[in-house]
Design a protein around this ligand. Structure first.
Ligand code: URA
Length: 440
């Protein structure tokens, strides 16, 4: 087989066979197929798509490209969640401790920032000492002891996705249904949990911009998960507006701690409670109403916060940052962006806001780039808020002063102000299970 021929085939919209997909993934992982040919294939898939059969076979081939984790050394039901990625999407940092605080184990493998979206591993690494590369046995011990651990895609877990993810991030090939579905589900299947909740984002800051595309992605992922024998559901949640106020790694850590203290932004808190409740429900911890109450109670009584601190300390992080989030290093340069006119915030280009955060240093433009954990922005005004001229829309933070002017210009263009207040937006649009779609 020749990669050239497979690229040519996909470029013309033809289906790849199971043997071709297997050959391509193995060759790429073994470094026999170079990045430039795989980049061309990714772009061909981006434009031509894949059938359900191709997507399912790609997923299973990717999942099997490295170790398939056997979580049986961890006692009890193991739950996992994965987001398709958003701006200010720090839900994992809140949900994982809430679920662990209610007796369901979470042995989670998370990613780094991708495109304009942030990644949980980058956020957790803003805590001094926090280790995201932990040997398998120790990872299991931590989960058995503290209920949860979040590690990076280290070792030999889904090496195909590790390589593809980094390549997609820098070749503008992220927002493709078969590529997202296979990336997420290969990791979830290889990571071994029994119960999986997918957070499929929709709107201007999501990879899927429309509700119908998001539902199609959710259906594809739930079908793949179910076929692989997992209890799997998806919530379609809003990403037309950034979640919470903070965007950027350590800023998002601070905001997540606020949510667990019961003082977080209402939108972020509500989405976290819904996702945590669904994880508990999929792990058979009660009815959905009981699981929602469990999630709410673990914020109110501080059990979620304690579980976060336990997890951070067991992974080598400095737990005093959880008690005193003001200790997070603050970027030395900041600039306020102000409104020029009066009205209501009628649109936020959330993808552009994610790009502003990357421009300030919080994300990567090339896969080997280092990141500035303290960079990012705090949104002072969000969709629907009234504004007067001179009101601060957002505060930008960075360690590199010369990045500010370009970021300010882009952020200003990301806000639209109108005389009329726009319609209320939902936070959760639908729930997709193997039995169908429930719209809210
Ligand atoms: N998250 C992933 O893990 N993969 C994607 O492709 C998109 C979001």
């Amino acid at each position: 087989m020749r990669m050239y021929d497979l690229i040519e085939k996909k470029k013309h919209g033809q289906e790849l066979s199971q043997d071709e997909i297997a050959w391509m993934i193995r060759g790429f992982v073994d470094e026999e197929i170079p990045d430039y040919q795989m980049a061309a294939m990714l772009m061909a898939i981006y434009f031509q798509g894949m059938t359900d059969r191709e997507t399912a076979e790609l997923t299973m081939e990717m999942a099997g490209s490295g170790d398939m984790v056997d979580l049986s050394p961890i006692q009890g039901v193991k739950a996992d969640k994965h987001s398709t990625g958003g701006v200010g999407d720090k839900t994992t940092l809140v949900i994982v401790p809430i679920v662990a605080a209610n007796g369901v184990k979470v042995a989670k493998m998370s990613g780094r920032g991708l495109g304009h979206t942030g990644g949980t591993i980058d956020k957790l690494e803003s805590i001094p000492g926090f280790q995201t590369a932990i040997p398998r046995e120790e990872f299991f011990q931590i989960v058995n002891r503290t209920g949860a651990a979040v590690i990076g895609q280290s070792g030999n877990l889904v090496p195909a996705d590790k390589k593809l993810y980094a390549l997609r991030d820098v070749t503008a090939t992220v927002d493709s249904i078969p590529l997202i579905a296979s990336s997420i589900m290969s990791k979830k299947i290889a990571a071994g949990s029994n119960a999986i909740v997918l957070d499929v984002k929709t709107g201007s800051g999501a990879f899927m911009k429309t509700l119908e595309d998001s539902i199609r992605l959710a259906e594809k992922m739930v079908a793949i998960g179910t076929h692989a024998g997992r209890d799997c559901c998806a919530l379609i949640t809003d990403m037309d507006v950034p979640l919470g106020h903070a965007v950027g790694n350590s800023l998002e850590m601070q905001e997540s701690i606020e949510v667990l203290k019961g003082r977080g932004p209402a939108d972020l808190t509500e989405v976290c409670i819904d996702l945590a409740a669904n994880m508990l429900y999929m792990a058979k911890a009660g009815t959905i109403e009981e699981c929602t109450k469990l999630a709410e109670d673990s914020i109110a009584d501080g059990r979620g916060l304690k579980a976060l601190k336990d997890m951070v300390e067991s992974q080598g992080g400095d737990g005093s940052y959880i008690d005193h989030p003001e200790k997070f290093h603050q970027a030395p340069y900041s600039m306020e962006v102000k409104a020029d006119e009066a009205g209501f915030i009628s649109h936020m280009d959330t993808e552009a806001i994610g790009i502003v955060s990357v421009m300030l240093g919080a994300g990567r433009s090339r896969k080997e780039d280092p990141i500035d954990h303290s960079a990012g922005l705090i949104l002072r005004k969000k969709y629907g808020d009234p504004v007067q001229p001179g009101d601060v829309l957002a505060v930008l933070r960075t360690s590199d002063q010369k990045l500010l002017p370009g970021a300010v210009k882009k952020l200003k263009a990301a806000y639209r102000i109108s005389r009329e207040k726009g319609a209320e937006k939902k936070l959760v649009y639908a729930r997709v299970t193997r039995d169908g779609i429930e719209r809210f």
